[in-house]
Design a protein around this ligand. Structure first.
Ligand code: P1T
Length: 360
């Protein structure tokens, strides 16, 4: 097993002459092991492991010249939206568009010639799917680089670099680690130039992943593939249960034929993942009642751990998006998001059944 190099610094043979490692903010052997593993999972040449998904987002953006234009999908994790619209908007111009509409993407790129196109696919929480290959081809025409936040699929079900993207990121907090005990993020790319730029910022600014957390993530990755298989197996059953339920207005799961991008999902992903979004028939009060009744689905932010989680995006993960914008894109008060874990399926269904009864 890889040892944890739980040290901040490394002895040098003579001043300025180190033996491969110098200081843990710059490099650490346990983190290097993790980064090699992450690169291999995404079929990338380079990977960086940082202390959160948000650090990866920040440093990637910071590696672009100030004043650059960034085009971003209109449905992204609330924290990404908050970072772009309240912090990084002082240095960059952001344009939000529905990236599932490739004509609209082409029009926007043609007009604004952005430096970067930021895609989340499937999106959080509406599970919209963007055609990575088609969009990356369009982006190349206009000299725009493409980032895909691949958190929801994990490297097991989708590999954006192979579809033409320039960068991939994950919140490792989610599926990659999988045990809800580490906050972390990673970036993968085939470009030495961009890897060097972003590593420089990681070292200069400081959000490098700690040795212990790197070790935990390495341990989590050992079961990533079987966890993803089980997440998906349970999620498909839960999605079908919800689709048949008369108290449900609509279910969104890429593995259902009713998903508007189901065909694209089948083409671009090798699985559908464990995330489900559904619209409960009823009011905000009913949603709250539902969320407070479930027991096996833990009411908490985050996703991708072995335990099932449930949450209310409008109040929780996406609260930093103004209500008007939320309503425009469809994050309504009766929208509930599930991260389906790997518990016994009967327990999960029974838990949801009880919550539906409580609302009735
Ligand atoms: O939480 P952190 O590791 O910093 O990752 C941020 C992040 C980035 N990208 C996506 C798609 C995400 O879902 C997240 C974090 N999301 C949640 C905490 C959540 O409950 O949706």
């Amino acid at each position: 097993m890889p040892p944890i190099f739980q040290t901040t610094t490394f002895v040098q043979s003579s001043p300025g002459k180190h033996k491969g490692y110098e200081y843990t903010r710059s490099h650490n052997p346990t983190r290097t092991r993790l980064e090699e593993n992450l690169a291999s999972l995404e079929g990338a040449k380079y990977a960086l492991a940082m202390s959160s998904g948000m650090s990866v987002t920040t440093l990637t953006l910071k590696s672009f010249e100030e004043g650059s234009t960034i085009v971003c999908g209109d449905d992204v994790y609330g924290g990404t939206y908050r970072l772009f619209t309240t912090v990084l908007n002082k240095s960059y111009n952001f344009i939000f568009v529905d990236t599932t509409d490739s004509k609209l993407v082409e029009q926007t790129l043609k007009e604004h010639k952005p430096a970067l196109l930021w895609l989340e696919t499937p999106t959080n929480p509406l599970l919209k799917i963007t055609d990575i290959k088609k969009t990356s081809t369009i982006a190349k025409k206009y000299g725009t680089l493409v980032m895909v936040d691949n958190t929801f699929m994990s490297p097991i079900f989708q590999n954006p670099l192979s579809l033409g993207a320039d960068f991939v990121m994950h919140s490792m907090t989610k599926y990659i680690n999988g045990h809800s005990d580490v906050v972390g993020g990673c970036l993968m790319t085939n470009s030495k130039k961009w890897y060097d730029k972003i590593w420089y910022l990681q070292n200069a600014i400081g959000p490098s992943q700690s040795p212990f957390d790197s070790w935990l993530v390495l341990r989590g990755i050992k079961t990533l593939s079987i966890r993803m298989r089980e997440h998906q197996r349970n999620a498909l059953k839960v999605a079908k249960f919800l689709e048949d339920h008369k108290q449900v207005e609509r279910v969104v799961y890429p593995g259902l034929k009713s998903h508007p991008h189901h065909k694209l999902a089948k083409k671009q992903m090798s699985g559908f993942g464990g995330m489900i979004t559904f619209f409960l028939k009823g009011s905000l009060r009913d949603s709250k009642r539902f969320l407070s009744t479930v027991k096996i689905f833990a009411l908490a932010e985050s996703l991708g751990g072995v335990e099932s989680l449930i949450e209310h995006p409008a109040i929780m993960t996406h609260a930093s998006i103004p209500k008007k914008v939320r309503e425009e894109i469809g994050i309504s008060d009766n929208l509930i998001r599930l991260s389906v874990g790997i518990e016994h399926i009967d327990d999960l269904i029974l838990d949801l059944e009880k919550a539906f009864k409580a609302v009735k």
